[in-house]
Every structure is written in C-alpha cells, then in structure tokens.
Design a protein around this ligand. Structure first.
Ligand code: CMX
Length: 135
C-alpha cells in the first residue's frame, strides 16, 4: 500500500528564517517555495536522498498550521507516505474503518493528490498519503 516516505512536514513560523538551517547548515538541496492556497500554507521543499523535508508556514490566522504552532510550537507536523493509487488506498482504509480527514483526494503542493488520516487513528502522528504528480 505505502511505497516510501515522500516527505516529512515541519511547522515553522517563518520560511525565510527556517530554510538556511536545512539548506546551508545541513546541506540539503533547496527546491523552492510554493503557496498552497487551499491549505492556507506556504511551503518550502528541501531534497534529502529520495525524500524531502517540507517546511510549512501558515498564511492566515485560521490555517491549521497556525493552530498547531499555537498549541505545540515549531516542530514535526506530519509524515507523508507515497502511494500508487490514492483513491484506491482511501477506499481500502474506509473499508478497514480507519478515521480519515479527507474521504477523497485533494490537491497539495507540486500538484500532488493528497489525503490525511486523522492523528487519532495513527497514534498521534498526522499522516498524509500522497500520489506524486512528478515522475
Ligand atoms: N499532529 C498530531 N496531532 C495533531 C496535529 C498534528 N499535526 N494537528 C492536530 N492534531 C490533533 C490535535 O492536537 C487535537 O487533539 P486533541 O483532540 O487531543 O486536542 C486533534 O488532532 C484535533 O485537532 P484540531 O486542530 O482540534 O482539529 P481540526 O479538525 O481543526 O484539525 C487537522 C486537525 C489534522 C485536520 C488539521 O490540523 C489539518 O487539516 N491539517 C492538515 C493540513 C496541512 O497540513 N496541510 C498542508 C499540506 C501541504 C502538502 O503536504 O502538500
């Protein structure tokens, strides 16, 4: 069902402050920033091996990432696993009575199809499933 870790999401207050640590200190490849309007976040991707670190900065007071930062401060926000067929995976999870945030795929960064499993169903870890648009 899951193939590999696509990315690890880290909530930050400010991308410009956070990026230099990953790019310059840890030497990851900075791939650019993108605003995901629907999710009310601006993200920066840094490539590390076959995976990525996704830094998430909220773009509004009602962004889910604003809520997360207020409650927890900066830190690991979610883990995203890559799947081949997201719609089929969601159907399979529904049949297994797994609590989902998204019943159907929506669009995330880089045009990928994404869906979240509720953290209550995955031991407190917000889990994203992602069908990559890039090949
Ligand atoms: N990790 C672990 N637990 C989390 C969490 C997170 N990132 N976010 C919320 N929770 C927990 C809360 O602490 C809360 O727990 P308690 O009930 O014990 O207090 C519970 O989940 C519900 O949280 P909430 O904020 O009250 O509920 P909401 O329904 O308002 O929102 C969630 C929760 C997960 C749906 C929301 O934070 C969300 O949609 N996040 C995903 C959005 C996102 O990250 N988008 C960027 C993706 C970009 C991309 O990858 O392309």
């Amino acid at each position: 069902m899951t193939k590999k870790i696509n990315h690890i999401g880290i909530a930050v207050k400010n991308l410009e402050t956070a990026v230099p640590f990953y790019r310059d200190t840890l030497g990851m490849t900075f791939e650019g920033t993108e605003e995901v309007t629907e999710q009310k976040v601006r993200v920066a991707f840094l490539k590390i091996g076959e995976s990525r670190i996704e830094l998430l900065e909220p773009t509004s007071a009602d962004s889910p990432v604003t809520k997360f930062l207020e409650k927890n401060g900066e830190g690991i926000h979610h883990i995203a696993y890559e799947v081949d067929n997201l719609a089929a995976t969601l159907l399979e999870l529904q049949q297994k009575d797994v609590r989902l945030i998204d019943q159907t795929p929506r669009t995330g960064a880089h045009g990928a199809s994404i869906a979240f499993i509720h953290p209550k169903a995955s031991g407190g870890v917000l889990t994203e499933l992602c069908q990559s648009a890039r090949h």
